[in-house]
Design a protein around this ligand. Structure first.
Ligand code: FAQ
Length: 324
């Protein structure tokens, strides 16, 4: 999908391209009205939209536990977290709209499977420990990726990331706090925590995308400074920070090949199940169909609210115009 900007004269194109290159070279931001290559526009729209969709679909696995959170405090925290994800979706859709695509178009692309959302949200949340594991591992992985995106070259995306990262840090801590409570609990609770780690570890590693050698977009996105660190390097940063946290919990990482390399100072892992990754992002994961049909049903159910908001805005505009 390419969202082309308006017709350009060859002179404008040449001057625009030179300015774009200079801004990227100088590590400055590209802003909505700046000239940009069509490929840059399409890539930023694709990535921001996928990111926004992920935040919104990501509410489903967690919302599943709001009514079953073990205490009132945990329930209030989880509700706040899920609301934060809706807010993140909102900032990201708004940032995407600055590039001339409407939220309705983006929703349509998600609902019809033409735009993706993160693979991680196609797995079920089977126990309360999954909420801990999601906060710790999934939000933890999201932060590693998003801290770096605060320096992405597209201004509205970079600025949205600043607030999102602050909230994600809170999310990761609440997740680890749940894991700590379980790890310090009964034998049954410790087993529940371990079971959640066993199921979420590998999917969390897949969030960073395919190996750099298999990633069609990385080279160009790095050159345009949309991505600042590659998929494999970000994944490694996450592994290095997370393995000691698992050990602190007294839990194990479900990987027989996991080993610390004294020379490089990094944890080395076994092979990721790339078949599972590709089939999930192509729509054949465990819950892809359920997630999308739930999303479409919510969108349809909310039509009257959107209609009412649009009618109200039109009425206000008419009244303002009449009184001007
Ligand atoms: N899932 O060439 P690359 C959150 C696709 S955090 C699905 O490497 P790229 C917080 C990719 O789109 C999660 N698809 O692509 C939260 C491309 O497909 P296409 C969201 C994936 O873009 C926590 C193809 O594979 N975070 O929501 C995945 O350069 C808890 C080739 O891949 C972001 O989106 C995947 N894991 O790098 C919310 C971060 N990986 O379009 C609720 C921003 C790859 O050609 C609860 N995004 N693909 O058909 C990024 O940093 C990048 O887009 C990557 C992928 C790193 C995800």
């Amino acid at each position: 999908l390419v969202w082309a900007s308006a017709e350009r004269s060859p002179v404008d194109t040449e001057a625009g391209a030179a300015r774009f290159d200079a801004l990227i070279e100088a590590d400055e931001k590209i802003e909505p009205r700046d000239w940009m290559p069509d490929g840059y526009r399409a890539t930023v729209i694709r990535q921001m939209a996928q990111h926004a969709h992920s935040e919104v679909i990501g509410m489903q696995p967690e919302a599943n536990w709001i009514t079953r959170a073990p205490t009132l405090l945990r329930k209030a925290i989880l509700m706040a977290k899920v609301q934060d994800e809706a807010g993140h979706g909102l900032y990201l859709y708004a940032a995407t709209e600055t590039l001339g695509v409407s939220r309705d178009e983006l929703n349509e692309l998600l609902h019809t499977g033409r735009q993706k959302y993160s693979s991680i949200f196609n797995y079920p949340t089977l126990s309360w420990a999954d909420i801990g594991a999601i906060g710790w591992l999934v939000d933890g992985a999201a932060i590693v990726n998003q801290i770096v995106l605060q320096r992405t070259s597209y201004g509205p995306y970079a600025r949205a990331m600043v607030k999102i990262c602050k909230e994600e840090s809170f999310h990761a801590r609440q997740g680890y706090s749940i894991m700590m409570a379980l790890a310090n609990g009964t034998e049954e609770q410790r087993a529940m925590a371990q079971d959640a780690i066993d199921r979420w570890w590998w999917p969390a590693l897949m969030m960073f995308g395919p190996h750099d050698s298999e990633s069609p977009h990385t080279e160009q996105s790095m050159a345009w400074k949309i991505k600042r660190i590659t998929n494999d390097d970000l994944r490694q940063m996450f592994i290095d920070q997370t393995v000691p946290q698992a050990h602190y919990l007294g839990c194990t990482i479900p990987d027989d090949d996991l080993v610390f390399n004294d020379e490089t100072g990094h944890w080395e892992i076994g092979e990721i199940d790339w078949e599972e990754f590709w089939s999930t992002i192509k729509g054949d994961g465990r819950l892809n169909r359920e997630r999308i049909s739930h999303k479409v049903a919510a969108w349809d159910d909310g039509a009257w609210v959107r209609d009412a908001a649009v009618a109200y805005a039109a009425k206000r505009r008419d009244r303002l115009q009449a009184s001007a």
